[in-house]
Write a protein that binds this ligand. Sequence first.
Ligand code: SF4
Length: 200
Amino acid sequence: MTRRRSTYRSLASLKRDEAVCRACVEAGYPLESLPVIAPGESRRAYMFGQAPGIVEGQERRPWRGRAGQTLRRWLAMEEDQFYETFYCASVTRCYPGRAPSGRGDRTPTPAEQELCEFWRDHELRLLHPHLIVTVGGLAARRLLGVKSVSECVGVRYERGEAVAIPLPHPSGASSWLNVPANRERVAAAVELIRAELARF
Ligand code: SF4
């Protein structure tokens, strides 16, 4: 049963309620997992992806599948360092299931994205991250209002007191990463992330 308070004083109480959220199921959406929760309470940086994949939905931990391995390779981070550095969240936090076409995972509907924004907003208020890394086009659109990954990858944004740096989604499902100029954009974004992480 979904519990939502008007305010949260600690990340621990927020995560307790988030872990049992079924707001999308209660609204009639066909979710296939319970929420994937960020391990630990890292406050160095906030990572904001699209939605968990099937592996993450089963393990209920973020970035456990192949896309997570690619992401860590881009960032040159081992698993421990990655999870110690980033508080991993996403636009929606439950595995959305397969797309009706059978190709890939279902993109959460705008209504599901809005239902889940509740958790993101409370997290950002409690965490006050210096660095936000968005991963994939949907996350960059929701958080930064940009139109496409080509427009934003390799660019440094300011969002309130935080610096925001977008990355593309590392799933390999899109051909965007096959274009040499786009791979250069990813390398530039990684350099920006490393420079920000070195600052604090
Ligand atoms: S996707 Fe978000 S809002 Fe929807 S049930 Fe999962 S945690 Fe709750």
